[in-house]
Design a protein around this ligand. Structure first.
Ligand code: NAD
Ligand code: TYD
Length: 351
C-alpha cells in the first residue's frame, strides 16, 4: 500500500482524482487535506466517508505546523498539490487570496516537504498547474514544455510563481518534484463559477447565458477523468524533475461550446416553457479584463514518454457532463447557495 497526501482534494479535480485512486486502484491509501473554502465541498466525496483507504484532514496548506504533523503521522510516499484559488475572474477582483494560497501556501507545503525528505523520508511532490502560465496564443501554435512562462492574470501569475518554486526545489535541494500543466478541465463536480457548469446551471433555470466579449476566445477542453489518469501515471512513472503538458486536443471557441450545450439541453428537455431554444438565452456581456485569446496544448511529450492520450472527445465528454448535472441537481442547488448568488450578482450585474 502506498500513501498519497492530496492537498485541495475537496475541489473539482482533486475529488475526481481521489475517487479514481480509490475506485480504480487497490494499492493507494489517501489522506486529503483541504481548507474547505467556497470551492471545497465535503459532498464531493461523501461516498468515501467510510472507506478505510480514505482519510480527511481539515486545514490550510499555509499551516506549517499542521503539515509537519500530518507528514510525521501519515508518512506519505507522494504529495499531490491541487490546493489553490482557481478562478481567473476572482483573481481580477481580489488577487490577495491567490498570492496567499497559490504562492505562500505552496511555498509552505514545499518547506514541510523539504524537512520531511531531509529527515530521511522518500517522497515525491507533484504540483498540479495550468497552461495559463504560458500566456495567450494567437490563431496558430501550441504550448509545449519549452514555451516561456508569460502569465497574464493574477491567477496565472500566482500559479507560475508556485511552479518556479517547485522547479527550484528540485534543482537546489535535489528533491523529487514534478509539475503538470493542463488545459481547461470539465466534468462532474465542477463549481458553477466556471464556464461549462455555469452555462448548464443557468440554462436549466432559464437565465441569461453570459458570453464574454465576442465569444471567440478558444480553450482546449480536457475531460477531468482523462486528466486524473494522466496525473496518476506521471506520479508513478515520470522521471524526477519532469514537467508535462496535459491537454485534450479539443479546441473550441466559447460561443460554439455554449451553442453545443444549448442544443444538447434542448434535445433532452425540449424547448424552454415559452417555446424558445436555449440558444436565445445567450447574451454577450463585457469582456474579462486582460482576457487570454487562445490556449492550446501540445501533449506529444506525455504521449511519447508515458503513452498517455486523452480518451474522451468533447462531444462525448459533454454528454457525460450534462448527464451528471441533470442527475445531480440537488448538488447544484446546494452549491448555488447565498454566497454563490452574491458572487454572481457582483460579477455579472455590472458587466
Ligand atoms: P477548485 O477551486 O475546484 O478546488 C480547489 C480546492 O483547494 C478546494 O477544495 C479548496 O477548498 C482547496 N483549497 C483552497 N485553498 C486552500 C488552502 N489554503 N489550503 C488547503 N486547501 C485549499 O480547483 P480545481 O478546478 O479542482 O483545480 C485544482 C488545481 O488544478 C488548481 O491548482 C488549479 O490551479 C489547477 N488547474 C485547474 C484547471 C481547471 O480547469 N479547473 C486547469 C488547469 C489547472
Ligand atoms: P473559465 O471557465 O473561467 O476558465 P479559464 O478562464 O481558466 O479559461 O472560462 C473559460 C472561458 O469562458 C474563458 O475564455 C472565459 C469564458 N467565460 C465566459 O464567456 N462567460 C462566463 O460566464 C465564464 C465564467 C467564462
Amino acid at each position: 500500500m502506498q500513501t498519497i497526501l492530496v492537498t485541495g482534494g475537496l475541489g473539482f479535480i482533486g475529488s475526481n482524482f481521489i475517487r479514481l485512486l480509490i475506485d480504480d486502484f487497490s494499492d493507494y491509501q489517501v489522506i486529503n487535506l483541504d481548507a474547505v473554502t467556497y470551492a471545497g465541498n465535503p459532498e464531493n466525496l461523501k461516498d468515501l466517508e467510510n472507506d478505510s483507504r480514505y482519510t480527511f484532514a481539515h486545514g490550510d496548506i499555509g499551516d506549517r505546523k499542521l503539515i509537519d504533523e500530518l507528514l510525521e503521522k501519515e508518512r506519505p510516499d507522494f504529495i499531490v498539490n491541487f490546493a489553490a484559488e482557481s478562478h481567473v475572474d476572482r483573481s481580477i477582483t481580489g488577487p490577495a487570496a491567490f498570492i496567499e494560497t497559490n504562492i505562500v501556501g505552496t511555498f509552505t507545503e514545499l518547506e514541510a516537504f523539504r524537512a520531511y525528505c531531509a529527515a530521511g523520508n522518500k517522497c515525491r511532490f507533484l504540483q498540479v498547474s495550468t497552461d495559463e502560465v504560458y500566456g495567450s496564443l494567437g490563431a496558430e501554435g501550441y504550448f509545449t514544455e519549452e514555451t516561456p512562462y508569460s502569465p497574464n492574470s493574477p491567477y496565472a501569475a500566482s500559479k507560475a510563481s508556485a511552479d518556479h518554486l517547485v522547479r527550484a526545489y528540485h534543482h537546489t535541494y535535489k528533491l523529487d518534484t514534478l509539475i503538470t500543466n493542463c488545459s481547461n478541465n470539465y466534468g462532474p463536480y465542477q463549481f458553477p463559477e466556471k464556464l461549462i457548469p455555469l452555462m448548464i446551471s443557468n440554462a436549466l433555470e432559464g437565465r441569461d447565458l453570459p458570453v464574454y466579449g465576442d465569444g471567440k476566445n478558444v480553450r482546449d477542453w480536457l475531460y477531468v477523468e482523462d486528466h486524473c489518469r494522466a496525473l496518476e501515471l506521471v506520479l508513478r512513472a515520470a522521471n524526477s524533475g519532469e514537467t508535462y503538458n496535459i491537454g485534450g486536443h479539443n479546441e473550441m471557441e466559447n460561443i460554439e461550446l455554449v451553442r453545443l450545450l444549448c442544443r444538447s439541453l434542448d434535445r433532452r428537455l425540449g424547448p424552454l416553457p415559452d417555446g424558445r431554444s436555449r440558444q436565445e438565452l445567450i447574451t454577450f456581456v463585457g469582456d474579462r479584463q486582460g482576457h487570454d485569446q487562445r490556449y492550446a496544448i501540445d501533449a506529444e511529450k506525455i504521449k511519447k514518454d508515458l503513452d498517455w492520450e486523452p480518451q474522451t472527445d468533447l462531444a462525448k465528454g459533454m454528454e457525460m457532463t450534462i448527464d451528471w448535472y441533470l442527475d445531480n441537481q440537488e448538488w447544484l442547488n446546494q452549491v448555488r447557495d447565498g454566497s454563490y448568488r452574491k458572487y454572481y450578482q457582483e460579477m455579472y450585474n455590472k458587466r
